[in-house]
Design a protein around this ligand. Structure first.
Ligand SMILES: *Cc1c(COP(=O)(O)O)cnc(C)c1O
Length: 430
């Protein structure tokens, strides 16, 4: 592809990062199923290891199929560079790793994927890191939570399990004033519905497992860097602004400018943490992204149809879908997410926990799985599964009360999804 600056999203999702294979002319990006790459000579090898020349060494670090995917996601997000890894949770660690050190903290939204709440409130403590959870509807509270040891702010654009959308600009202003990067998990929105970098985010993380791959085949993650953050403006980010002892004293920001974060993530992060994406998985995700905008349009359209129908059902207590006029976030969604609020939302049953269990068991088209962003419609009872490790207070803050189920609306006929919910609600409340 030539300079892509003038191409639209639908063109870029098919073409960005991929050229006909230089060796064979293969039009589709080949799966480079190889561990290592032959060096031209000893000098070439030395240059690659010194980052004096960019090329392939070993597939824990880089692989041409994975590189094509990285470039495609970076272009769609409007970033300078991207690094893929083995899962969304790996991407979150990869994003924090160059920024944090023992004693450092991240200020995070209370409305996050349940697994992220657990990762941030428990597991990262083993690294000496910690998280402070704050309501992102209150930018002043976010600002107040930042202290001398805060190294990042973290939130989700369209939050999982649904119903909440972040006003990214308002949080980016807080991050800018504090001189720290804003990290946005853009998994539920995808770059089709939201471009966090345009709204002021420094880093974007994805679970590519979800909508980007789109049909529930492989796990993967990605960290995109805007390339715009000045890592050398203060002494908070020594891995990027000071000689890095883990790479013979290289000063990444000085040597690599806007690509500093991306190169650090490969040269140090993937090298030493090893959370590599394999080329077969990258292939599935590249295939998925080719149809991203088409699928997202249908996910959005179906979700609003199903949510509107549920809202008037007598067994339903409430529906949290920011695409509905009844949502407290409707106005914000129209302003910040004009193409829609995705395929994910929750609803509560008047009858509570037991009725949720019956509902889940009675559905035919909806699959009861711990996943989202599939072409198929999915349902999960968050309180007994994805949000099970959380305290009741954390469950409530995340919108995962015991009488709530989460739907991930697929791309089927909306009338068939509604008919399935209709019969299952009748069974659940009989
Ligand atoms: C699924 C998910 C993750 C974790 O991604 P994995 O690929 O399952 O590791 C993180 N954030 C959000 C919003 C998710 O939906």
């Amino acid at each position: 592809m030539t300079d892509g600056t003038t191409y639209g999203f639908d063109t870029l999702q098919v073409h960005a990062g991929s050229q006909p294979d230089p060796a064979t002319g293969a039009r589709q990006t080949p799966i480079y199923q190889t561990t290592a790459y032959v060096f031209r000579d000893a000098e070439h090898a030395a240059k690659l290891f010194n980052l004096e020349e960019v090329g392939y060494i070993y597939s824990r670090l880089t692989n041409p199929t994975v590189s094509a995917l990285q470039e495609r996601i970076a272009v769609l997000e409007g970033g300078a560079g991207a690094v893929c890894c083995s899962s969304g949770h790996a991407a979150q660690i990869m994003a924090l790793f160059p920024l944090m050190g023992p004693g450092c903290n991240v200020v995070a939204s209370t409305r996050l994927y349940g697994g992220t709440v657990t990762q941030f409130s428990q597991t990262i403590k083993r690294f000496g890191w910690s998280a402070k959870f704050v309501d992102f509807d209150d930018p002043a509270a976010v600002a107040a939570a930042i202290d001398d040891n805060t190294r990042a702010i973290f939130g989700e654009s369209i939050a999982n399990p649904g119903g909440y959308v972040t006003d990214i600009r308002s949080i980016a202003d807080v991050a800018d004033a504090a001189g720290i990067p804003l990290i946005i998990d853009n998994t539920s929105a995808t770059p089709y519905l939201c471009n966090p970098i345009k709204d002021g985010a420094t880093l974007v993380v994805h679970s590519t497992t979800k909508y980007l791959t789109g049909n529930g085949t492989v796990t993967g993650g990605c960290v995109v860097d805007s390339g715009k953050f000045d890592w050398s403006a203060n002494d908070k980010f020594p891995s990027l602004s000071q000689p890095e002892p883990a790479y013979h004293g290289l000063v990444f920001h000085e040597a690599l400018g806007p690509m500093a974060f991306t190169f650090h993530s490969i040269a140090i992060g993937l090298r030493d943490l090893g959370m590599t994406l394999n080329p077969q998985a990258a292939h599935y995700t590249l295939m998925g992204i080719e149809t991203l905008s088409l699928r997202m349009e249908r996910h959005v359209e179906n979700a609003v149809k199903v949510a509107s129908w549920l809202e008037q059902h007598p067994a339903v207590d409430y529906v949290t879908c920011a695409g509905l006029k009844s949502s407290p976030y409707y106005e914000r969604a129209q302003r910040c997410y004009p193409k829609g609020t995705g395929g994910l939302f929750t609803f509560a049953l008047k009858d509570g926990y037991d009725a949720c269990v019956k509902l889940v068991n009675a559905l035919n088209l909806f699959s009861h799985v711990a996943n989202l962003g599939d072409t198929r419609s999915l349902i999960i009872h968050s309180a007994s599964t994805t949000h099970r490790q959380l305290t009741p207070e954390q469950q409530e803050a995340a919108g995962a009360n015991p009488n709530v189920v989460r739907l991930s609306i697929g791309i089927e006929d909306a009338k068939d999804l509604i008919a399935d919910l209709d019969q299952a609600l009748a069974a659940a409340t009989a």
